[in-house]
Structure formats: C-alpha cells, structure tokens
Design a protein around this ligand. Structure first.
Ligand SMILES: Cc1cc2nc3c(=O)[nH]c(=O)nc-3n(C[C@H](O)[C@H](O)[C@H](O)COP(=O)(O)OP(=O)(O)OC[C@H]3O[C@@H](n4cnc5c(N)ncnc54)[C@H](O)[C@@H]3O)c2cc1C
Length: 422
C-alpha cells in the first residue's frame, strides 16, 4: 500500500531511507532545516570509512580504569568535559556497563555486524543509482601498528571482527611499505581489511542521494520537526516550525537531535553527543593510497576530494558547548607524524577544521524500529561511530517495518524499549 512517509532529517540515514521508501512506491517528504549533507550533519565530516570491521564497540572490558585519565587529559583521544559530567553521568554509567564483560561486547558486535557487513556493496549501488559512483572507492582499509605486539594487544577487538566474518591480511613491515609507501617507517605491522571501502566526499554524496530522491518525486521541505499529532495512537501529522505536514508514517532520522522527537513518540532513549573533529589538508604533500587508522592515533586518515582528512577524537560535552579546536590540532600533529612528507610548514589557508556530533547510545547500537506510543513513527538514529557505513542497511530495515515485511535480520537488538530497563 502506498503511504505518505515524512522522513525527518537528511543525513545519510534519512537520505538512504527516503530512497528505499521511494523504491517501495511510497510518497516521501523529507524535512530538513539545513543543506542536505551540509556541515551541520555528522554525515558531512566523518572519517568516510565504510568498514565491515567497525563491529567493535567503543566501550570495552576494562575501560572504566581509564576514566580518571580521560578526565585528566583534555587532549587525549577520549575526553569528558568536567562541566558536562553531571548531565552525562547516567549515559556514562550505561556506557561503561555495556562494555563491562566480554559476552556483552560479543553481543554488541553480533548486532552491529549485519548493519555493516555489506555496507560497501550497498553504498556502491546507491552511489551508482544517484549518478555519483566515483564517490565510493573499494580500496580496502588499513590498520597500522608499530609492531605485531601492538596488534596483539587488541586481540579481543580482532577476535570480535573474525567471529563476525571480517577477514584481514597481515602485513609485515616490507609489505606495509609496499602497500602504503607514504607511511612513517615506525609503523612495521599492518592489518588490511580488503572488504572495506570509503567515500571520497560524504557531504556531496548525501547531497547527491537527496537530489536523486527529489528527482524521483520526493518533496524536500526546509523546516525543523518539533513533534507529532496523533489520534487514537495513529499518526496524523508531523509538526514542524513551518506548520504541520499530514502523513501516514514518520521516520526519525535527525541524528543527535532525535532524542526529543523520540521522547514525543513515547520513548525515552539514552543518547549523547560523542563530539568528533576533522582536519583536512588541501593539496597535501602526502597522498596515501589507502585509508589508514594508525593504532597510536585512533583516527581515520582518508584521501578525500578536498584533501587529506584526519578525523577522530571523542569529546563528551554538551551539544551546544563551543568546539575546542585544539583537538583538531591534535589530529593535525598526528597526521604529520604519520606521513613524513607532511613535515614542512602547511599554510593556514590549506587547512580546514570541523566539529560534529556522533549520535551515540551507550551500548553502541542504533535505535531502529517502531516507536512505543505510536507505531506509525519509526526510529532510525543513534548510529554513533558507524552511521555512514550502516545507513543503507538501516534504511532497508525501516522500509521493511513500514511495509510490514519481515526483515532478513531481527530488529529486536535496536529496539528503543531496551532503555527502559537501564
Ligand atoms: C569525527 C567523526 C568521524 C566519523 N567517522 C565515521 C566513519 O568513518 N564511518 C562511519 O560509518 N561513521 C562515522 N562517523 C559517524 C557518522 O558520521 C554518523 O553516525 C552518521 O553520519 C549519522 O547520520 P545521521 O543521518 O543519523 O545523522 P546526521 O548526519 O547528523 O544527519 C541528521 C540530519 O537531521 C537534521 N535535523 C536535525 N534536527 C532536525 C529536526 N528537528 N527536523 C528535521 N531535521 C533535523 C540535521 O540538520 C541533519 O542534517 C563519524 C562521526 C564523526 C563525528
């Protein structure tokens, strides 16, 4: 049955969902206050990795021991702004609990795997359909370590990957050099995930998907959704700052801003911003062939259309707190230590910095599925570190929910109701 579906948010999740719904024959209205794929969205500035290996949650056993260090080091790879601590405490406690035991992280990895496994193929298909096939590149993804011992220190993470069907090729120092000659020689061991892919311009990619959806008949409305009108548990309209839009179904895909909408649909979810940063060097002296994650930097280094992008850092702070650009400088410093050709002065006009919000649940799993107070509203947010990669699989699950079709995978692990018991 063809329905009118209002998709709230035009990041990667909203854009992919709109296309999936159009494929099912629905009428689609996308509500988005900003430019689709613009810098207000996490989908704009991320690391651009489409990684089946991203099944490893942020919270892992033993992490609680590191919290005092995170509080003490404002420029480490994960920091917590002390001013935000009281508000973040419930999220933080759940975050540490979610990674407290090996069985818990195994369950998280198992639930993430089907959202990520065929991400590269799904993205390649979507990009081709939208006429921007060149934006998705299947060159593999490389994890670089100083030596094998450093790789083995992450044995649990690699075990989780292997258990979920991720394969990799181990590279000796010479093989690593041959694959990625731009890398600093201090990296002497590599793990190459050949099934991984990347996007060379995530913002432009999302914009192209939305453009394609509009060309297929979707309406794009510049407005901010603020709630829902319901009657007898059924959706009547989505309320926006520009008036109400009548609709049969609505999809909440507003990234970090989804929490209040989920609340309005009857689900109190635990969602916090894991703020992240990027720096892009235009016309860089080093142009790595493969995206690299250096183990000592915990950042993704990826060649994009606008230059060499380093993205990473986790900063737990209020959504509206001003950015701390020193964190982007940390990324730049590390980038220069990763690629010796970047050693000289880089003129300021060749650098650009960005900060954005990972929409993160404490257990590292997204929220997907019907809302509790009104089943016509469907959640599609909370993808934290993996939303770019998992966007298309999420879109297909949302389309299944709206069509009343059985999905190839269970959506139960992503249910918003899981927060009731925490
Ligand atoms: C530094 C960094 C690096 C990352 N690296 C990667 C990576 O390499 N690979 C990966 O897979 N993921 C990565 N991520 C995570 C990924 O970017 C996010 O999970 C993903 O972009 C979330 O997509 P989204 O569509 O849910 O939200 P967003 O992209 O944030 O889009 C939400 C949209 O909703 C709109 N909106 C907000 N409020 C409303 C409202 N009330 N009404 C209507 N619209 C609204 C916003 O304007 C925005 O356009 C990274 C994130 C960061 C910050």
């Amino acid at each position: 049955m063809a329905l009118h579906v209002v998709v709230i948010g035009a990041g990667i999740v909203g854009a992919a969902t709109a296309l999936e719904l159009l494929r099912d024959g629905h009428r689609v209205t996308i509500v988005e206050p900003g430019e689709p794929g613009g810098p207000q969205a996490a989908s704009y500035g991320n690391g651009a990795w489409l990684s089946p290996a991203s099944v490893v949650p942020m919270s892992m056993p033993g992490m609680w021991k590191k919290v005092p260090g995170y509080l003490a080091d404002p420029l480490g790879p994960l920091t917590i702004r002390i001013s935000a601590l009281p508000r973040l405490m419930p999220w933080l406690v759940r975050f540490l609990a979610a990674g407290a035991t090996v069985p818990r992280v195994e369950a998280t990895a198992r639930a993430l795997a089907p959202l990520l496994r065929d991400g590269p193929t799904r993205h390649a298909r979507l990009a081709a359909e939208a006429g921007v096939a060149e934006l998705i590149r299947q060159d593999g993804l490389l994890y670089a370590y100083p030596d094998r011992r450093a790789f083995e220190a992450e044995a649990l993470a690699w075990r989780l990957r292997r258990d979920n069907g991720v394969q990799w090729t181990e590279l000796s120092a010479e093989q690593l050099r041959a694959r990625e000659p731009a890398l600093d020689p201090r990296y002497r061991f590599g793990a190459l995930v050949e099934s991984g892919a990347h996007c060379t311009d995530p913002g432009a990619y999302v914009a192209a998907l939305v453009h394609h959806a509009v060309a297929q008949g979707a309406a794009l409305l510049r407005a901010r959704a603020i709630g829902f009108e319901t009657a007898a548990g059924r959706l009547q309209a989505v309320r926006t700052n520009g008036g109400a839009i009548a609709g049969d179904r609505a999809v909440i895909a507003a990234g970090i801003h989804s929490k209040s909408l989920a609340d309005a649909a009857g689900d109190r979810v635990s969602l916090a911003s894991e703020r992240g940063y990027h720096v892009v060097i235009a016309n860089p002296q080093a142009t790595p062939r493969i995206p690299v994650m250096p183990s000592d930097g915990k950042m993704g280094n990826t060649m994009t259309r606008s230059g060499l992008r380093a993205s990473g850092q986790v900063e737990l702070a209020a959504i509206d707190a001003p950015p701390n650009w020193k964190r982007a400088e940390v990324l730049l410093d590390h980038l220069r230590r990763t690629y010796p050709a970047l050693a000289g002065d880089i003129p300021r006009e060749r650098l650009s910095f960005w900060m954005g919000h990972r929409p993160s649940t404490p257990d590292g799993l997204p929220v997907i599925g019907p809302a509790s107070a009104c089943h016509d509203v469907v959640h599609a947010f909370g993808h934290g570190h993996v939303g770019l990669a998992a966007g298309p699989a999420t879109a297909s699950l949302v389309a299944d929910v709206i069509a009343g079709r059985e999905s190839p995978i269970s959506i139960q692990p992503y249910s918003a109701t899981r927060f009731r018991w925490w």
